[in-house]
Design a protein around this ligand. Sequence first.
Ligand code: MGD
Ligand code: MGD
Ligand code: SF4
Ligand code: MO
Length: 716
Amino acid sequence: MRTTSTPTHCPYCALQCGMNLSPLPSGGVEVTERADFPVNRGALCGKGRTAPAVLSSRVRLTSPLVRSEGTLVPATWDEALDRIAEGLRRTRTEHGPDACGVFGGGGLTNEKAYTLGKFARIVLGTSQIDYNGRFCMSSAAAAGMKAFGLDRGLPFPLEDIPRTGCVILVGSNLAETMPPALRYFNELRENGGTLIVVDPRRTRTAEQADLHLAPRPGTDLALALGLLHLVVAEGRTDEAYIQERTSGWEEARAAAMAHWPEYVERITGVSVPQLREAVRMFCEPESAMVLTARGPEQQSKGTDTVGAWINLCLATGRPGRPLSGYGCLTGQGNGQGGREHGQKADQLPGYRKLDDPEARRHVAEVWGVDPDSLPGPGRSAYELLDALGTDIRALLLMGSNPVVSAPRAAHIEDRIRSLDFLAVCDVVLSETAALADVVLPVTQWAEETGTTTNLEGRVLLRRQAITPPDGVHSDLHVLHELAARLDVEEGLEKGFPTDPEEVFDELRRASAGGTADYSGITYRRLAEENGVFWPCPAGGDGGSGHREDASPDAPPYAFPDVHPGTPRLFLDRFATEDGRARFVPVSHRAIAEEPDDEYPVLLTTGRVVAQYQSGAQTRRVDELNAAAPGPFVELHPRLAERLGAAEGDPVAVVSRRGRAVAPARITRAIRPDTVFMPFHWPGEGRANTLTNPALDPTSCMPEFKACAVRLETVRD
Ligand SMILES: Nc1nc2c(c(=O)[nH]1)N[C@H]1C(S)=C(S)[C@@H](COP(=O)(O)OP(=O)(O)OC[C@H]3O[C@@H](n4cnc5c(=O)[nH]c(N)nc54)[C@H](O)[C@@H]3O)O[C@H]1N2
Ligand SMILES: Nc1nc2c(c(=O)[nH]1)N[C@H]1C(S)=C(S)[C@@H](COP(=O)(O)OP(=O)(O)OC[C@H]3O[C@@H](n4cnc5c(=O)[nH]c(N)nc54)[C@H](O)[C@@H]3O)O[C@H]1N2
Ligand code: SF4
Ligand SMILES: [Mo]
């Protein structure tokens, strides 16, 4: 047992707040303030503060479980691993490698995400791997790639926010989803800058804003086009910047000019004077930013929607200028790194493309395999889950709880139940793990070391602070053991080390020369520098952080050839071939499922401060349950009155996918045509029973943020 306090990071969201963990004499661990980490300077939200509760063996798994006569019963690790190897081997023999699916998560460390992708491609030989990040930032990622040739959540550190002139925060409720980040926006306003929040609800975040625009859900694309129209009409474009640093303006301009402010007002419900005011606030200061989160992104046109907000930034000369530009607030703890190193269907490490011959050659060489043996791109997350029990017969799941979090969840639950074989690695018995044939209990954040990449693109070292309980092993151990058991080739497991630093060193080589180049980053640097921003190519020292010839006590990284990392992107050029950012010509289109007589109300979904995601972890923490005990339906008094529902009455929300019931929460903070449900709970109040899996054609993001429903009162 360690006795000193260990500096590390929160297990939950993309802010990756720094914290110190100190072992308690009575067992367990206590969170104390870690002021040296700049992102949160010691501040934590309630989830981070109470995270140690999930380390307790009262709520977490400490033994493998295998299904026997219908129920899950404890088993040894050898039995459980053998069962998984057998399930996967049989599926592969009977139905071919693509009948084995793999589903990962954006909460997994870089080392795990990298190893999971490698395991799928070279042990299982399957193309069928994707992860929950597809449900998260994929639309912003796709739009960023199109426009800038590179996708990194924020192209600048959070510390730039207080010094910019104006921020438009689109569909982010960060007062609840990243509370310590609110400080940056408060400082912005103290410094005379302004904040515009775009959200159909008057959230705690919107309450902080100088201007709150409350569009109808699913209409952000029209809103952004309307703003761009006004920018052009009022002569506020930055022509010199457009000339020098962009391409494609004419088409994008023409598309925007078709979106008259009055037309946009009709679509969005945001008045023309408000549109004009937003344009004035955004264009007058020398610097300004647009930041998006899930509101505009989780739409069946999320990629075009983010593209429209980027167009607005480009037309006004923001990206690649000091204290300015477009950024996406990523979501999960490793939402950024999790999408860079190969657990995504179309991707190889270093943000390389799986269908790029040069990328395949490079990565195959690092892996010691023939490039032609690597499978091609597979299906996106929803498509993969939808294929379970049909073409995909066995699934290995690590780091997600789709029974609660996937769109059209009742259908996905059925698909999962129809699998021949399901193995889940988790820290708790999630709703999805409860359906598995084998469940493996894995180590968690405080019990293991690994790296994550936060929303700023800052790679961080999460350090082990305590010894894991008996009976628990790491995800890396699981993949090592499965590689040994699936022995497609003698000794293959040697390519699956269990030491995270060894994995990271291989990841560095695999990412070298790629878009997300980590080759110059070492554990040692991460420990000493409080994180390093990618891209960070290896310097003349080969990336070890030290020259061979340097004396052991020479100051580290004092060498000019050690790359300092890249806190700010695009200052000289964009990552496109010609160095120019690309406008995308986009036009408004409707959501996939407009309300009609039968389903006249819009449902949107999201989060509350005290619960995290599918709730698998936070629903096991008393203090958080006390603050957020269960689901609810947020609705406007006018809608409640028409329905005949009073505060707290059970309300049924019915969509073409199913029916959910939760108590009414009546508030003027929401548009009268819209209801909101948080998605953290399973069972009767599961919001995802209702949601529409209509996918964005580019990013394959489902439309979590808008579908048609009707409301009914519930009589008992
Ligand atoms: N407490 C808590 N914090 C979290 C998480 C959590 O589960 N709980 N999850 C983490 C993760 S993975 C993520 S992705 C982030 C998400 O962080 P956010 O994006 O801030 O979270 P959401 O609540 O999903 O959505 C934000 C807002 O979008 C609004 N919205 C709904 N529809 C629309 C629309 O059509 N247009 C616009 N402009 N806005 C709309 C909602 O009203 C909501 O207030 O949070 C991270 N932090
Ligand atoms: N309606 C609606 N649905 C949504 C959204 C929405 O806004 N509205 N948002 C979507 C978004 S943005 C996201 S990110 C998804 C998230 O939804 P999920 O993918 O379900 O995410 P989590 O609930 O975080 O699930 C992570 C699981 O992994 C486990 N776990 C944690 N750490 C580890 C680890 O190190 N190893 C292993 N093996 N397991 C671990 C946790 O206990 C938990 O069971 O939900 C999506 N679903
Ligand atoms: S804001 Fe995010 S990273 Fe920070 S303590 Fe809360 S959940 Fe953890
Ligand atoms: Mo997310």
